[in-house]
Design a protein around this ligand. Sequence first.
Ligand SMILES: Nc1ncnc2c1ncn2[C@@H]1O[C@H](COP(=O)(O)OP(=O)(O)OP(=O)(O)O)[C@@H](O)[C@H]1O
Ligand SMILES: [Mg+2]
Length: 281
Amino acid sequence: MVKKVAKTDATVILYGETGTGKSAIAKAIHIMSGKKGTFVEINCASIPETLIESEIFGYEKGAFSGAIKQKPGKIELAQNGTLFLDEIGELSPSIQAKFLKVLQDKSFERVGGLQTLKTNARFITATNKDLKQLIKDGKFREDLYFRLNVFPITIPPLRERKQHIIKIAQYLIEKISEKFGEETKKLSKSAIESIKNYHFPGNIRELENILERAIILSKGEDIEIKIEKDVEWQENDLKSVEKKAIIEALKKAGGNKQKASQLLGISLRTLYNKIKEFGLE
Ligand SMILES: Nc1ncnc2c1ncn2[C@@H]1O[C@H](COP(=O)(O)OP(=O)(O)OP(=O)(O)O)[C@@H](O)[C@H]1O
Ligand SMILES: [Mg+2]
């Protein structure tokens, strides 16, 4: 998919949690596109709102106090190349409007500038937010969304790639060992179990960090990994407790759902939803 889209000039949007590899894929698309220009990245969340406009579009001398000389924006640096805007959901309404114009007619002005400039950069954006929800909340322009959502790529979180996770880990071990100039070691059986059972909120980046630490610490043959179970991730445990409670209550109520819901202290409707969710019928 990445290879196919790289050859086109289509605007790509990457959806995925932190550390899933959005930046890495954006970069890969740029490289595979064969564009002669540079790959330029901006993280819209890490730059203060007051600076982001001049960061993207550049400014003219005297545009604001402190603008002692003209400065090109990232969009100009990405000429003949790719501009990657990470965390696009964070853009303020006024910048969204300005960026929409860039996508519509490939033109923009520097801050404080009168001259309209043209860009031929390829645009890739990314977000870990639900843009449709932001639109509903009035925080994101729908017309901009349609311009950005030309070629969406969703990168699943690591915890949903259980069948690949060990392969990814092995690839990372090779990469890290090579960096350290060491021979590649194997994961121990319990390390494999730990990796399979952990939920990786930080995704590939977190896996990479865990492996790097484990490789440094591993003295024996195999790489040992012990992941502390953190308190935040109890969703699965909670769900199983919930399910048990519902089964118990239904039993006590002799299958009478009204009674069972009263026993549980939830509405009948909630009980029906839960029964459906847990496939209890
Ligand atoms: N397919 C992959 N195979 C191996 N390593 C990968 C892969 N994708 C990403 N990585 C590694 O995972 C780490 C995180 O990737 P990246 O920075 O691209 O994530 P991200 O989604 O952009 O995160 P953030 O939302 O925090 O910006 C990097 O060190 C990268 O090298
Ligand atoms: Mg990134």
